[in-house]
Write a protein that binds this ligand. Structure first.
Ligand code: SF4
Length: 444
């Protein structure tokens, strides 16, 4: 049973020292009970209290890590809606391949190498799911060995047969795979394999009661790293099941269902497009691992972009470090542009300058990760901020002119900026980054 806020409070030091970031021990206890704080934030909790509070401090959804050299962790989420706080561990994307697919090695190599860069972050595939479609033990184990030679990504080993699973695990390389799946008929044998090989274990059932019964059996057998597969064949079925699981874990602290979810986006889909739609829904609500049957870079990039956006802390936009950036090896006489440190803004501007093949200096101000207009409206990108950045990053020691190009959207600050930077000429650049190459052509 979870502890109430008052029960937790009784176990805290009650000194109200505020070091946990909350004004009182009671406030901290309430947040702890609501799963919105970590017990580790209080440095003064006694060992006895820690033990008593273990249940309250444990994450409502267990953190499960797949893989070793290449790994990813899922679970440990604390809210139903992203705007309440943030989503922490983005879902892993896996590609499914059958053990008798002639393209198995090619697909394994694809999972290993596929990467796209967006706002300075490399987006990659996370896992390879190998299915014992042949039904043959030797074929399955052989496929796992071949795939392992091509990728260090974690595997999801898919078979209902404990014998096939055992043979596959022996070829897998000890890289913390996920065993898929334990069900009513094989849960004891699959749990024993998971325990012996340090693997995580997926349990599958059509009902939530069925899933809870399986996780209780698996934990009784000593397996803690579990993943849930509520079997469904429709978008609405998946949405209902995943939402119920998340609510039960977070709102009722129902431990038997406090695990990440795996889903197969192709289940029930009639086309690759429908599969992509199901995967997009699963990214938003509330899958931890999403297995795809098809791989089209255009679809996968869209899913990765969505995933990156959903799993970015809404209160902490992705930022780049403020500073003076050199693009295309600029010389002292080359143009100086200024923008904010919101990643999307920076990479849009830097990408256009780079693409134009023109050398330039790009001054990036500390605008708390906001885009140009938002930062201007919030007073984080005004004449004073830009002038301060010119001084702090010693721009005058790098260039031999006194011209600065501001974004067209903030043309209104040009007069004030000329006052802040006496002797400088403030030029108003384009509003959109896409127009920068044409603008730079005019630079003398
Ligand atoms: S750090 Fe610990 S003792 Fe201090 S206010 Fe927070 S809960 Fe109380």
């Amino acid at each position: 049973m979870p502890l109430s806020g008052l029960e937790i409070y009784k176990l805290l030091p009650k000194t109200n020292c505020k070091e946990c970031g909350f004004p009182t021990c009671l406030a901290f206890a309430m947040k702890l009970a609501a799963k919105q704080a970590e017990l580790a934030a209080c440095p003064y909790v006694s060992e006895e209290a820690k033990q008593a509070l273990a249940a309250a401090a444990a994450p409502p959804i267990r953190l499960v890590t797949l893989g070793t050299e290449r790994n990813f962790a899922v679970g440990n989420e604390t809210v139903l809606f992203r705007h309440e706080k943030t989503f922490y561990h983005e879902p892993g994307l896996a590609l499914r391949v059958k053990d008798n697919d002639p393209a198995l090695e090619e697909k394994a190599a694809l999972v290993e190498s596929f990467a796209v860069e967006r706002v300075g972050v490399d987006l990659t595939m996370n896992a390879l799911a190998i299915e014992n479609a042949s039904g043959d033990v030797g074929t399955f184990a052989g496929a796992v060995a071949k795939a392992r030679a091509k990728t260090k990504a974690p595997f999801i080993l898919m078979s209902d047969s404990p014998d096939a699973m055992k043979a596959a695990l022996e070829k897998e390389g000890g890289m913390k795979p996920l065993i898929y799946a334990a069900s009513d008929g094989n849960v004891e044998a699959m749990a024993a394999l998971a325990k012996a090989h340090g693997a995580s274990l997926a349990v599958k059932a059509e009902t939530l009661d069925g899933l809870a019964a399986l996780t209780e059996k698996a934990t009784a057998a000593g397996v803690e790293d579990l993943v849930l597969h509520p079997v469904h064949n429709s978008l609405s079925g998946a949405l209902a099941a995943f939402t119920q699981l998340r609510r039960l874990a977070l709102k009722k602290n129902f431990r038997p269902l406090g695990y990440p979810i795996i889903t197969f986006a192709g289940a029930g889909a009639n086309s690759p497009e429908e599969e992509t739609i199901a995967a997009a829904q699963a990214i938003c609500k509330y899958a931890g691992i999403i297995v795809l049957d098809h791989f089209d870079p255009a679809d996968v990039y869209a899913l990765m972009t969505l995933r990156q956006n959903i799993y970015t802390d809404p209160q902490k936009p992705i930022q780049v470090s403020p500073g003076l950036y050199e693009i295309n090896n600029p010389k002292p006489g080359d143009p100086l542009l200024v923008t904010t440190n919101f990643s999307l803004t920076y990479f849009s501007v830097a990408g256009e300058v780079e693409g134009a093949g023109k050398p330039a200096w790009l001054l990036v101000t500390d605008s708390e990760g906001m885009s140009v207009l938002t930062a201007w409206a919030a007073g984080k990108f005004d004449a004073e901020v830009v002038a301060k950045a010119v001084k702090n990053f010693q721009v005058e020691s790098k260039i031999n002119h006194h011209k600065i190009i501001i974004p067209g959207f903030v043309a209104t600050i040009s007069g004030e900026l000329e006052e802040e930077l006496p002797g400088w000429e403030v030029l108003v650049g384009p509003r959109e980054a896409v127009d920068i190459p044409a603008y730079l052509k005019l630079w003398q």
